[in-house]
Design a protein around this ligand. Sequence first.
Ligand SMILES: C[S@@+](CC[C@H](N)C(=O)[O-])C[C@H]1O[C@@H](n2cnc3c(N)ncnc32)[C@H](O)[C@@H]1O
Length: 212
Amino acid sequence: MEFIPSDIDQYCVDHTTPENDLLSKLNRETHAKVLQSRMLSGHLQGRFLSMLSHMVQPKLILEIGTYTGYSALCLAEGLAENGKIITIDVNEELEDFVRGFFQQSSLNHKIDFRVGNALEIIPDITQEIDIVFIDADKLNYANYYDLVFDKVRTGGYIIADNVLWSGKVSNPAAKDKDTLSIRAFNDKLHTDTRVENILLPIRDGLMVVRKK
Ligand SMILES: C[S@@+](CC[C@H](N)C(=O)[O-])C[C@H]1O[C@@H](n2cnc3c(N)ncnc32)[C@H](O)[C@@H]1O
């Protein structure tokens, strides 16, 4: 579902800094060679993540759900000089493809790509986190939020993708498991007095939370 008319969307893209050559190649190759290429963040959302990262200048970003690495490369652009991004994905089949692209990036030394189940890997992270990007299986969004919350610094951010779930969240007739899970997640964050939140209708919906 498109939330804004395609001509307006195109106008936004046309008036947004272009993807660099590596991101453009990754975008093309993901669509040509990888299943479910719709999962890739894409140009507009990627530039938003990069801009947010530049604003925060994080020392540590945690990404849950690497897929082909597009959003990880975008988020890495704004890292502080000695900063790093830990990005986790459970899909071993994409590992070589993803590492191949990270190795072509000048930011490769800042990217710690871990293959495995995020629910098992996150508890081992001991450093304070500045930004978390949740973009994995929707049924576990609330679990990821609870797992990372105490690790995020005061004033840090948690961003969650696909929170509009193609518009199903506001359709009372939609009662599939993923929709119910995302609806509950949005309600949980919105009523969490420890945070401020904004739901942005960018692409499939981005929830941005700031820890007070
Ligand atoms: C929507 S895609 C991520 C897209 C990517 N962030 C981007 O913007 O280009 C979701 C990814 O989450 C991964 N995933 C699903 N369950 C996971 C889990 N329990 N632990 C780690 N990754 C998981 C999937 O393998 C998939 O690659």
